[in-house]
Design a binder for this molecule. Structure first.
Ligand code: PLP
Length: 381
């Protein structure tokens, strides 16, 4: 009864771990990628006022003009990039934007190149539209930084898109402007389109985030309010598409999505107008949490080998501990009540790793560290 395509979709292990962790008492959640902040107050007030004003009907599929203008203003203010609002399509989260991007670019049998490790869901988006995944393994010794030459080797005549992510889930690596520019050039040489997931922009600690739009208009850039404004359940994202793709993406959005929720779009305008000081404070909080975990991982004698600079994840090698990484994740959950995500969720290159998320408050992170200190002191290596 189930289609081959649906049968091929792999489970999202982080969600499986969350389900098990929720069935266990007294668990500290370092597996989820969900910010623990509240959205800015004005965002909630705007949504409520918009609801009360009756903004509950459909909007244009591409989104309300005021939101598309606010998104364009955000690119101008943040990166000095001029984006025509006509190139912006609003979506219910960045995940549907990924689906539209793949549906607009990839025909059955076409190839999409992405890194390994990568965000767990990417291959499933590619496979859902009949595409094939080609991976570029990232090396821990190089701090999981993508090499342009490795992308070049992975690309061929059937490559339609490069699917990139910076700051990256699960490594926290931030791509430099130079790397983005070189990848834009490489993609153009191969007649492929960079699809760049920038959903963790705004959450970088010792690095600058550059949008791909600084280097080319021939890219699909995805973003949304989930991460930096802590609005995961509001479901609001957007995509900036090359002029030649606008019409196709709009038709797909009309058919597959209809629109993002009307009143949430108004709240999105308020989110984008959030004073920068608030994001500075959020960033500072994440930085402190990251430092706590980075130090703890070193104390446990586990190899990190790099400093994660963005998002709120780090990937630690647990191959020195007994069993495989799935066993270690089980041990952490069952013996210490600390939930983490097995790296294999993010690709074969991360199979010996665990992903720790620091989207949890610092006290809980300290408690998790204490528990794992005690547990690891009893484990033979
Ligand atoms: C890299 C990456 N892209 C996209 C998403 C999905 O975000 P959204 O809530 O905007 O659909 C996530 C969520 O964890 C993510 O980590």
């Amino acid at each position: 009864m189930v289609s081959e395509r649906a049968g091929d979709v792999t489970p999202f292990l982080a969600m499986d771990v969350l389900e098990r962790a929720n069935d266990t008492d007294d668990v500290i959640h370092l597996e989820v990628g969900e910010p623990d902040f509240d959205p800015p107050e004005r965002v909630t007030e705007t949504a409520v006022a918009s609801l009360r004003a009756g903004n509950t009907n459909y909007t244009a599929a591409r989104g309300k003009p005021a939101l598309r203008r606010a998104i364009a203003a955000h690119y101008d203010r943040t990166y000095g990039v001029d984006v025509d609002p006509d190139r912006i399509v609003v979506t219910p989260g960045s995940s549907p934007a990924l689906l539209l991007a793949m549906a607009a670019l990839v025909d059955p049998g076409d190839e999409v190149v992405l890194t390994d490790p990568h965000y767990a869901c990417y291959p499933n988006f590619v496979r859902t539209v009949g595409g094939r995944v080609e991976t570029v393994p990232l090396r821990p010794a190089e701090g999981f930084r993508p090499r342009v030459s490795a992308f070049e080797r992975a690309m061929g005549s059937e490559t339609r898109a490069l699917l990139l992510n910076s700051p990256a889930n699960p490594t926290g690596v931030v791509m430099s402007g130079g790397t983005l520019a070189d990848l834009a050039t490489l993609a153009a040489e191969h007649d492929a389109t960079p699809v760049v997931d920038e959903v963790y922009h705004g959450l970088a600690y010792d690095a600058e985030t550059h949008t791909m739009l600084e280097y080319t208009d021939d890219a699909v850039v995805l973003d949304g309010v989930s991460k930096r404004f802590a609005m995961t359940g509001w479901r609001l994202g957007w995509m900036v598409v090359p002029p030649a793709l606008v019409d196709a993406v709009n038709r797909l959005a009309q058919n597959l999505l209809i629109c993002a929720p009307n009143f949430v779009q108004d709240a999105g305008v308020a989110a984008l107008e959030t004073p920068p000081e608030r994001l500075d404070a959020v960033r500072e909080t994440y930085r402190e949490r990251r430092d706590l975990l980075v130090d703890a991982v070193a104390d446990w004698g586990l190899d990190l080998g790099y400093t994660p600079q963005g998002a709120y994840y780090l990937l630690a090698d647990v191959s020195d501990l007994p069993g495989d990484a799935l066993d270690v994740a089980d041990l952490f959950l069952e013996e210490a009540g600390v939930a983490v995500t097995p790296g294999v969720d993010f690709g074969d290159a991360a199979a010996d790793y665990l992903r720790f998320s620091y989207a949890t408050d610092a006290d809980a992170i300290r408690e998790a560290i204490d528990r794992l200190d005690d547990l690891l002191a009893t484990v033979e290596r």
